[in-house]
Design a protein around this ligand. Structure first.
Ligand SMILES: [Zn+2]
Ligand SMILES: [Zn+2]
Length: 142
């Protein structure tokens, strides 16, 4: 819990009990939608509304504590801010997998953005497709 507390304070946010609990849930699941965060958080804070949780998440996204991951055709998922990485997003089941950014990829991004005189500060690359599990399920159905 103390790590989350420091994270919030560094970002200029009050470390409220709800925010700490939201961060704990997001950290546990990796990438998670607001409705699912709500389902977990109300077990400990039954009086919380979706709107309150939503508001807290939006503030934490604005302050860079959380990152929104857009999922094609579904609701966004949220994750803790961490080193730049690539997302493999399954459009069948909505699973999100993290892939580390290699030096080669960073070099390409630097090259492309410098070409446009664009100063790159933050990146998020989302690749959409079908995960291995959904692919094997499809084969089984045939
Ligand atoms: Zn899948
Ligand atoms: Zn991620």
């Amino acid at each position: 819990m103390t790590g989350y507390m420091a994270l919030l304070k560094e970002s200029g946010l009050k470390a409220t009990f709800q925010r700490l609990h939201i961060l704990e849930v997001v950290d546990k699941y990796g990438h998670i939608a607001i409705e699912d965060i709500y389902d977990k958080v109300i077990k400990i804070h039954p009086s919380l509304s979706v709107a309150t949780i939503y508001k807290n998440i939006i503030i934490m996204v604005e302050k860079g504590v959380l990152v929104e991951v857009p999922i094609m055709g579904r609701k966004s998922k949220y994750e803790l801010s961490k080193l730049d990485h690539i997302h493999l997003v399954c459009t069948q089941c909505g699973e999100v997998e993290d892939l580390a950014c290699t030096k080669d990829i960073n070099n390409i991004l630097d090259f492309l953005t410098q070409e446009e005189k664009f100063k790159l500060t933050k990146q998020q690359i989302n690749l959409y497709g079908t995960c291995s599990q959904c692919q094997s399920q499809k084969i089984l159905q045939k």
